[in-house]
Design a protein around this ligand. Structure first.
Ligand SMILES: Cc1ncc(COP(=O)(O)OP(=O)(O)O)c(N)n1
Ligand SMILES: Cc1nc(C(=O)O)sc1CCOP(=O)(O)O
Ligand SMILES: [Mg+2]
Length: 223
């Protein structure tokens, strides 16, 4: 059983950016670069192809002891004994998913910019809450915009918070400062010429933000 890290880079696959064998090489590179978690997201392949690809990705992730989350498809996650599933608002009931997965597997939910959705997801036994999109996304340009302030508001739920949507090296700091624990990235990671190096760059930003947060306040601080 691979558990959820406390923070990090959440690498989400894309069939157009990673065609054919590039899917496996790209995910391997992201993991070598230090990605904390991988999501297999594929809106175009057949059910058979998705089963084959997800099975191979699971082996890749297992070799790095990192969780593989299946997007949308609880049945596939259960069939493959993957590490968990990510469900959006139209992807099925979260309570039922938790019951089917059991307590050990990971369940993530899309909460857009809504604290009410986040509270409900938390009550359904989710392991992390995803918010976004925070920036313009090439992968999903029609995704509903969300304000960064929802990340501060969601701290009350005491679950890991995932920021998604148009995240790049240039704006990642804003999401981290606002309270994100994980950066979920598609194009900003898998669109890079050197995926491993890009993953390392994101992780440096995440670690820098964590280190800043953990620094004790100086006696000269005015707050
Ligand atoms: C980590 C993470 N956050 C949000 C999503 C989006 O899920 P959903 O709203 O179901 O949209 P699709 O990804 O299915 O298009 C996600 N996949 N992962
Ligand atoms: C899959 C997805 N969900 C979103 C949401 O807002 O729920 S945004 C998004 C696309 C993320 O890809 P990129 O990092 O390329 O913008
Ligand atoms: Mg979905």
């Amino acid at each position: 059983m691979v558990s959820l890290p406390s923070c990090g880079l959440y690498a989400i696959t894309d069939a157009a950016l990673l065609p054919g064998e590039q899917l496996f090489a790209g995910v391997e590179a992201a993991l070598r670069g230090g990605a904390a978690m991988v999501q297999y997201r594929d809106k175009t392949a057949s059910a058979k192809e998705r089963r084959q690809r997800a099975g191979r990705l699971l082996a890749v992730c297992r070799s790095h002891q990192r969780p593989l989350i299946i997007n949308d498809d609880l049945a596939l996650a259960l069939e493959l004994d993957a590490d968990g599933v990510h469900l959006g608002q139209d992807d099925g009931d979260l309570h039922a998913a938790r019951a089917a997965l059991g307590p050990q597997k990971l369940l993530g939910a899309t909460c857009h910019g809504s604290l009410d959705l986040a509270r409900s997801a938390s009550g359904s036994g989710c392991d992390y809450l995803a918010f976004g999109r925070f920036f313009g996304s090439q992968t999903k340009s029609h995704a509903v915009p969300a304000p960064l302030a929802v990340l501060a508001a969601a701290q009350e739920l005491q679950l890991p918070l995932v920021a998604i949507g148009g995240i790049s090296l240039d704006n990642a700091g804003q999401a981290l400062t606002a309270g994100a624990d994980f950066l979920a990235v598609v194009n900003g990671l898998f669109g890079a010429d050197d995926i491993e190096a890009r993953a390392r760059e994101f992780i440096q930003l995440i670690h820098a933000a964590r280190t800043r947060d953990e620094q004790p306040r100086s006696p000269h601080d005015s707050f």
